[in-house]
Design a protein around this ligand. Structure first.
Ligand code: SF4
Length: 272
């Protein structure tokens, strides 16, 4: 217990910048949290590393001042070497932050060559303000976990009124104007192993550069702790629930089928 607390103290809980964490695809990724104060998202995914989302909303607003994020970023890079990439994610859905574009611009001014990525659940990508905020981002990684409405509602548990169809339409609208790279990230569990052909059909519509197949390797925390941001290895003293994963064999089958049906570049968390 003492060791757990000691390790936990290493994590800077007061900063909007966390990590860097080793990403299985992008190297050392420094997390930026534009939400920060409570877990806030338009989804409440059953596997979310933040636990049960506290505010399930679609409201675009300033959740944390740009100045705080920039000060935290500057403080981090003054003390540490530059990461390979910064990734906007953190305590919820980053595109809900109305000042996301300001943060991207400010970080570009400080570190012009540092790639900036955004992980999004895609629900708000059709909105003009969100599209403008993402204009100068290098890569947007969109989440698609289901190919039918029922599974979508079960896994992603979205805010009222959000459907799978509307979310895919948002991605397609966003893609028309976005000049950066677009990838798809999917979380596979036994629950969404069905309808893989329909999933391939969605990928053929979206045509991402890369598809990343994931499975919940981390347990589900029963309550929110800011420390849950990122892929850290710390163990905290709170209740967790282990989640069902797909086996390595199933992941291989999904990968092969999707590659055959789409011709896309597919990566799996099991390939490392
Ligand atoms: S979209 Fe991301 S932050 Fe939102 S509930 Fe799902 S996993 Fe959590």
């Amino acid at each position: 217990m003492k060791d757990k607390i000691k390790e936990a103290e290493v994590f800077d809980n007061k900063s909007t910048v966390y990590g860097p964490v080793k990403s299985w695809r992008y190297g050392m990724s420094l997390g930026i949290d534009p939400i920060f104060n409570t877990s806030t998202c338009s989804f409440n995914c059953i596997y979310c590393q933040l636990g049960n989302i506290q505010q399930i909303v679609r409201e675009l607003k300033v959740y944390v001042p740009t100045q705080k994020v920039i000060e935290d970023f500057q403080e981090h890079i003054d003390k540490h070497s530059l990461p390979d990439v910064v990734t906007f994610s953190g305590s919820g859905e980053p595109t809900l932050a109305l000042n996301l574009g300001e943060m991207v611009t400010a970080i570009k001014q400080i570190s012009p060559t540092l790639p900036q990525f955004v992980l999004t659940n895609s629900t708000e990508l059709g909105r003009p303000e969100v599209q403008a905020n993402l204009l100068n981002v290098d890569k947007v990684i969109v989440k698609i976990d289901a190919s039918d409405e029922e599974t979508f509602q079960k896994i992603n548990r979205p805010a009222s009124g959000i459907s799978l169809k509307a979310t895919i339409d948002s991605i397609l609208r966003f893609k028309q104007s976005f000049k950066g790279s677009l990838e798809v990230q999917s979380m596979f569990m036994p629950l969404n192993l069905k309808h893989l052909e329909d999933f391939a059909a969605i990928l053929n519509q979206v045509k991402p550069e890369v598809v990343q197949l994931n499975t919940p390797k981390r347990p589900y925390p029963m309550e929110w702790h800011r420390e849950n941001r990122g892929n850290h290895k710390l163990i905290f003293d709170y209740q967790i629930k282990e989640l069902k994963r797909v086996t390595e064999e199933d992941a291989q089958k999904i990968e092969t089928l999707l590659r055959e049906k789409t011709g896309l570049e597919i990566h799996s968390v099991y390939q490392k």
